[in-house]
Design a protein around this ligand. Sequence first.
Ligand code: PLP
Length: 494
Amino acid sequence: MELSYQSTRGKEANVTASQAILKGLAADGGLFMPCFIPRLDKTMKELSTLTYQETAYEVMKLFLNDYTEEELKGCINSAYDSKFDTEEIAPLAKADGAYYLELYHGSTIAFKDMALSILPHLMTVAAKKNQVKNKIVILTATSGDTGKAAMAGFADVEGTEIIVFYPKNGVSRVQELQMVTQKGTNTHVAAIHGNFDDAQTGVKKIFGDKEFAAQLEKKGYQLSSANSINIGRLVPQVVYYVYAYGKLLSGGEISDGERINVAVPTGNFGNILAAYLAKQMGVPIEKLICASNENKVLYDFFQSGTYDRNRDFILTSSPSMDILISSNLERLIYLSTGCDAEENAALMKELSETGSYTVTPAMKKFMEDFIGGFAGEAENQRTIKDLFDRTGYLIDTHTGVASSVYHQYKEQSKDETKTVIASTASPYKFSGSVLEALEGEKSAEDEFKIIDRLSNVSGIFIPQAVEEIRTAPVLHQTECDVDNMKETVMGFLA
Ligand SMILES: *Cc1c(COP(=O)(O)O)cnc(C)c1O
C-alpha cells in the first residue's frame, strides 16, 4: 500500500508528503498523518553502521515518498553539515547509567535545530514539485526555541518569508536575544502580550481564516507552518531515535534486539511522538517516558484518560515545556481511534469548546507504552546538581525534568531497562536556571556574567552560538497584542 497523508479531522485525504509539508496544517484544523507507519527496510544491525545523514535517508525516504532519492539526499546534506559542531550530529553521552542523546549541537543549541535545519530545504523542494508560484510565508508561534531555529533555518532562503510570535515574558533572555538579533531580510519577529498558548491559538486562527488567506493570495503569498505540527518537522525527528539505537548497538552497549526505554522532556508532544513512530517502524523501544514540568496536563492524561487544559498556566525554568495544549497529541489520539477522523474531530471540538475530553478505555489501552511523569522546580534543580556533582556532566533544565522523571520511574518500577534520555538544550541556553541549580541561589547578575560564571564553575566551553549574541545588534523590536496578530502579519509583508 502506498503511504499518503490525511487530515486527522477527515476533510482532506490522499495528500502527498510534499503537499502536506507545504500546507503545514490541514484546512479543517487537523494535522496531516499517514494511517500506517512504515517499517524500516533494513535491520538495526545494518543501520548501526550508518552515519547520521545515511540514517536520515533510510528513515525519511519511507515517509517522504514523493521526494526522489536525489532531492531527499540533497536536503539531508544541506541540513546536517558544518552548522552542527560535531560530525556525529546527535552524540550519545553516558552519565550515571543513562544515555543522554544530545540534540543541541546545531546552530541555536536546542533540539529544534534537528528538524528546522532541514525543513526549509524540504519546503523549497516541495514548492518546486507542486509548481507553487507564491512566496511562502512561514508563520510560527514559539515558546522560545522554535522561533530562533526557524528563523535561522529560513533566513534568506529564496521564495520564503518567516514570521515568528513569542510570548513577551515567557522566554529566557538568551532565547529572546537570539531571536531579536536574527539577520536576514525575510525574517520578522514580534513579542506578543500573552503566553505561549495565546500565541499558538492566534497563529492557528490565522491559518483557519479563509478571508485572510485570500487577501494574502492577492499579494502573492501563501501561509505555511514551521511549528511541530508540520509533518516535515516530525519525520526528521524520528531519525535520531533510530540513530541512537544504532550507536548503542555498534558501541556494544546493548545486544541486537535488546529493548530500550526512551525518556523525553515534553511540551508540544512532537519529540516523544517521533520516538513512538521510531518504535512503530521497528526500533526495539519498550517504554516511552513522557516527562512534564509543573504544567502536567500530559501526566494527568496518561494517568486518567482525561485531557484537561482548564488549569493555571505556570511559568517554570523549563519554558519550552510550559504548554497546556500539546498539539501533536492529536496524532496519537487519531491513531488510537484506528484513524477514525470523525471520532478524533469530535474530541478536538470538545477540547476547543470545553477545554477537556476523555478517551475510551480502548484508546487508553492503545497508549499503554507511554508512562507519564512530572517534576517540580526543586526536584529538577536537585537532579541537575546531583548529576553534575557525581559525574561532571551538565544538563539543562528541560533535560533535568526528563532525568528526574526517569529516576522516579526507575525507582518505582524497578525497571532496569537501558534508557536514552533526550537532551534537548545546551545548559548555556538556560544559564541562569542551571547556575541556580548548581549554586542554590538565583544570581542577579547580567546574563552574560552568568554565562561566564557557569563556564568557570562547570569547566564546559561556551558554544559559539552564545558568543555571537554577546555583541550582535538588536534588529527586531515589534510588540503586539493577542488581538492584533493578523495586522502585524500584514505589516511585516507590506
Ligand atoms: C521544544 C522543546 C521541548 C519540547 O519538545 P516537544 O516536541 O514540543 O514536546 C523540550 N525541550 C526543549 C529545550 C525544547 O526546545
